[in-house]
Design a protein around this ligand. Structure first.
Ligand code: ACM
Length: 556
């Protein structure tokens, strides 16, 4: 895999190797080089000595902390072979204690305090989510092999003494997975959620409907998945340089039971699932299932190509009620506050050409097709608000006027997010410039197929979700950021992993760690250790560039 690295980086790496030893000799022993937590915690104070996990280590948790403690022991079991018992009690020698502690309210809903001494470990947090993140940090203090799914022999499971106080910078720390362009089996979705949890993400945005496939069972409209979940064949080569089609049917969908399982699995890992049901564009699979939802009435096929096409839902009252029926079922499956209604790349040509749509625009007193889209979004906004939920959509929902309760996901740069935040709306930053993980990771030969562009790790890491153009008050509307994984050119879970990692790890630090604590060189150094965790997890990651040489030690 090294051949993927440019010469300059490889040379730097060689130079650094010799130098690194020298540097280590000067490091005072109290600086604990073994602590490499991703994302970087707010405060890490190394202590003296190590705690060693043994077969007879006891895990202590009262009722409220039991679930997290059990989850922690389930992570430890495969690699260590220890079946650690969890019981109520007091922290004593050779124990790991989990405890809710209301006196730590200053750490917020997701913060924690982790203390490791040679005698015992304690994780305390005001809320369960904090305990969970404390457990994730503790997991990363042990040798990387602890992440393996098989028994690791002859490893001393020691953790250096440390005191960590930590809480996230943003409340929306997310990743979007497109399961429409290529269907992701449920088992991979669950694995992806575990990978998100390792990195303290709390939001999984599940892109469930698009031109190339409708992936969520809707009981009232069975053809959405009977027809809309399957395409005849798929584009070969890049859409810019197409090489015909593959002659292989592709498809799949999640039953409502599958969805419940995924949502519950995520909930146990403190991850909220945000479903996305695209409207009014990216609708061809739905129109293929029910041609009356389209504008032309034509029987379309589920789209086998990539890019954007002109097929769009007609904006009739019947279609709006259909979409609300779909959302009604969606709401029973996804308990989280947000529902994503898409809204991007809705080409209005068919609306412009249709006498019926033009009559509707006139009848509703709307100015143009943008206001027509805005009308649909407002109807969905009210529908969701009446049911206690919040609408989120791509930044095109600003065009034609933003619905009163809408949150904007800014993808065409951060400008849409700035406009929305200035207008008092919440925003999530997900610009193509920094977090589109379908873009190439380098311009070197040997990258796996991708949509194009160039988004190396360092650029992802440099992302600042709060634009300087916002005042402090406006900046409070930036809920956070997320990485987006569009899967046109990713045919397998392994390919998704390669595009996602390590860049998603960088995004975890962008969204968790205080801006002042972010440092790319330090990140790369910790990534050296984190790669060991990736390997233990059997992750198909792209090799991480080497850290540039550290500055020479200061004169003493
Ligand atoms: C998008 O990338 N079309 C939201």
């Amino acid at each position: 895999m090294r051949q993927l690295l440019p010469h300059s980086i490889r040379n730097t790496m060689r130079n650094m190797r010799g130098y690194h030893w020298l540097l280590c000799m000067f490091l005072p022993l109290t600086v604990n080089a073994d602590i490499s937590i991703l994302p970087r915690p707010v405060s890490v104070q190394p202590g003296e000595g190590t705690f060693t996990l043994k077969a007879d280590t006891r895990v202590i948790a009262d009722n409220a902390a039991q679930k997290t403690a059990q989850m922690f022991t389930s992570w430890m079991a495969p690699s260590t072979g220890y079946t650690l018992s969890v019981a109520a009690g007091k922290g004593a020698e050779n124990t790991i204690q989990f405890a809710l502690d209301p006196s730590l309210a200053r750490l917020g809903d997701e913060g924690y305090l982790l203390e490791v001494t040679p005698k015992r470990v304690s994780i305390r947090a005001p809320k369960e989510a904090g305990l969970f993140y404390g457990a994730q940090s503790l997991r990363q203090i042990f040798p990387p092999a602890i992440f393996a799914s098989t028994l690791q022999k002859d490893v001393a499971w020691s953790a250096p003494a440390v005191k960590i106080e930590d809480q996230p910078r943003f409340r929306w720390r997310g990743a979007m997975l497109d399961v429409c362009r290529h269907f992701a089996p449920k088992e991979f979705v669950l694995r992806f959620i575990d990978l998100l949890a390792v990195h303290k993400f709390n939001t999984f945005h599940w892109h469930l409907t698009d031109d190339q496939g409708w992936r969520i069972e809707i009981r009232k409209y069975p053809r959405l998945t009977e027809v809309g979940a399957w395409r005849r064949h798929t584009r070969l080569g890049h859409e810019r340089n197409p090489k015909g089609f593959d002659r292989k049917p592709h498809g799949g969908f999640y039953t409502q039971n599958d969805i419940r399982e995924v949502v519950e699995y995520a909930r146990q890992r403190h991850i909220t699932v945000v479903p996305e049901i695209e409207m009014p564009g990216h609708a061809q699979a739905a129109i293929a299932a029910y041609p009356e939802l389209g504008v032309t009435g034509e029987q379309l096929e589920v789209w086998p190509r990539w890019g954007v096409n002109a097929n769009i839902f007609n904006p009739s009252e019947k279609t709006i009620l259909f979409l609300q029926d779909v959302l009604t079922e969606v709401l029973t499956l996804f308990p989280g506050p947000f529902v994503h209604i898409g809204g991007d790349e809705a080409i209005k040509d068919q609306w412009k050409a249709s006498a019926e749509v033009q009559a509707r625009i006139k009848e509703l007193g709307l100015k143009d097709e943008h206001e027509m889209q805005s009308y649909i979004v407002r109807r969905m906004d009210k529908f969701l608000a009446d049911r206690g939920r919040r609408l989120i959509g791509w930044d095109e929902i600003l065009e034609g006027g933003l619905a009163p309760g809408a949150t904007v996901m800014s993808w065409r740069g951060v400008e849409g997010g700035i406009t929305a935040a200035k207008a008092g709306h919440d925003v999530v930053m997900a610009p193509t410039t920094h977090v589109y993980l379908d873009y190439a990771q380098s311009q070197e030969p040997g990258e796996l197929p991708n949509i194009g562009g160039n988004l190396p790790l360092e650029k992802v890491y440099s992302f600042e979700p709060v634009p300087a153009a916002l005042t402090a008050d406006e900046a409070r509307h930036v809920l956070g950021a997320q990485g987006n994984i569009w899967t046109e050119y990713m045919q397998s879970p392994g390919h998704v992993e390669y595009m996602a990692f390590p860049r998603l790890t960088a995004i975890s630090e962008v969204t968790w760690t205080p801006a002042a604590k972010r440092n790319y060189e330090d990140f790369l150094k910790r990534m050296r250790v984190h790669e060991g965790r990736y390997r233990a997890l059997d992750l198909n990651f792209r090799p991480v560039p080497d850290a540039p040489p550290a500055a020479p030690p200061a004169a003493r």
